[in-house]
Design a protein around this ligand. Structure first.
Ligand code: AN7
Length: 361
């Protein structure tokens, strides 16, 4: 049986005797050493934390298990969230497991297909809002203030508490904090959670050091970088298409206290990192996740010295969440062939790396 976040970090979470302890297998995700990008950047100690390996395919499950356990403890009848997709998938799954009702508000036409499919399959009530994520979150905050339904967006402090456990796992595996933590920023809950986790582990004496927090927004949805809300956020990375992050101030604090940065990367840079991660590392993250790798490549280009540094990139969600993006961004890898051996041989010869062609037969 999976131990899960609640039991494993019981002492470091806001739990009591009344809180039910359960797990769908969240947490304890892989930390994989880079074999290609790291060495190329002069950074042999580059690691990817694969949060897509959580039960619903994103980091949200770490926080959701705590938020839902607390909702159960408080005898809540149901939960509600606004979402660019992953929060809704996670809320829907954990609610199904616990027998709670779930209502999710989703910006109509802006959520990746896999995430919508999950929320539907898990039986959540889906309200398609003719507006963006920020508008949907404002509605959920307002509604849950006046109704006995638990808000499970990251403005619910239990979400942040659960998500901080990823920082504990990284620290345990590396025997200290890394030098740099690269992470995508949308509503800014996760960067807040990681910073809290590292600070707590430091205060407890488990870590000697603290990482620099390196957060990356998409250029068309970069309110923290610009210093003002973005009314109509735009980016291909739909998970982080957010114009007015709820944890804005906490993210700035994490940046400033850690001596880090919050910067922006373009959609082209995100797509380049997205393809590179999958085709050269075998790690299929979603576009929003690739934003932090794009950020790493950008910082390196701008002269950041990574020699001797330990660097972790948080791959926040699975690439399978957004199949349309995967297919459209790798079209060139498919080839139609006639169903005969000659056609197959011709196609293979055509696509062999040029050095191997002579020895192909
Ligand atoms: C894959 O699901 O906001 O900065 O509603 O799905 O903590 O918001 C998702 C955000 C990064 C940004 N990577 O994290 C939602 C939602 C992925 C994400 C982020 C999200 P935060």
């Amino acid at each position: 049986m999976s131990i899960g976040v609640l039991q494993r970090y019981r002492e470091l979470l806001p739990l009591n005797e009344e809180t039910p302890l359960f797990s769908m297998g969240e947490g304890d995700t892989p930390l994989v050493r880079s074999r290609s990008i790291g060495p190329e950047l002069g950074c042999p100690d580059l690691f990817f934390k694969l949060e897509g390996c959580n039960p619903t395919g994103s980091f949200k499950d770490r926080g959701m298990v705590v938020a839902i356990a607390k909702a159960m403890e408080e005898n809540s009848i149901g939960v509600m969230c606004a979402s660019t997709g992953n929060t809704s998938a996670s809320a829907a799954a954990y609610s199904a497991y616990c027998g709670l009702a779930a209502w999710v508000l989703i910006p109509k036409g802006e959520v990746a297909l896999g995430k919508l499919a999950q929320a539907m399959a898990y039986g959540a009530r889906i309200l398609l809002v003719d507006g963006n994520f920020d508008a949907a979150l404002a509605l959920v905050r307002e509604f849950t203030q006046h109704n006995p339904i638990t808000l499970v967006n990251s403005v619910n402090p239990h979400r942040i508490e659960g998500q901080k456990t990823a920082a504990f796992e990284i620290s345990d595996l590396l025997d200290d904090a890394p030098d740099y933590l690269f992470i995508p920023v949308g509503n800014a809950g996760n960067i807040t959670a990681y910073w809290r986790g590292f600070v707590e582990y430091h205060q407890l004496g488990h870590n000697d050091t603290l990482p620099r927090m390196m957060g990356f927004q998409a250029e068309g949805a970069a309110p923290i970088v610009r210093g003002e809300p973005v009314a109509f956020p735009q980016t291909i990375a739909s998970a982080i298409r957010i114009g007015n992050p709820a944890s804005w101030k906490q993210a700035e604090r994490a940046r400033d206290q850690s001596g880090g940065v919050i910067d922006a990367v373009t959609d082209d840079e995100i797509l380049e990192a997205y393809r590179m991660l999958a085709s050269r590392e075998g790690i299929f993250g979603e576009p929003a996740s690739a934003a932090c790798v794009a950020g790493l490549l950008k910082m390196r280009r701008n002269g950041l010295d990574l020699a001797g540094k330990r660097v972790v990139c948080i791959i926040t969600g699975s690439g399978l969440k957004d199949p349309d993006m995967a297919v459209s961004s790798a079209q060139a890898n498919t080839l139609e062939v006639k169903p005969n051996l000659e056609a197959i041989e011709a196609a293979i010869m055509e696509s062999l790396p040029s050095g191997n062609r002579a020895t192909g037969h």
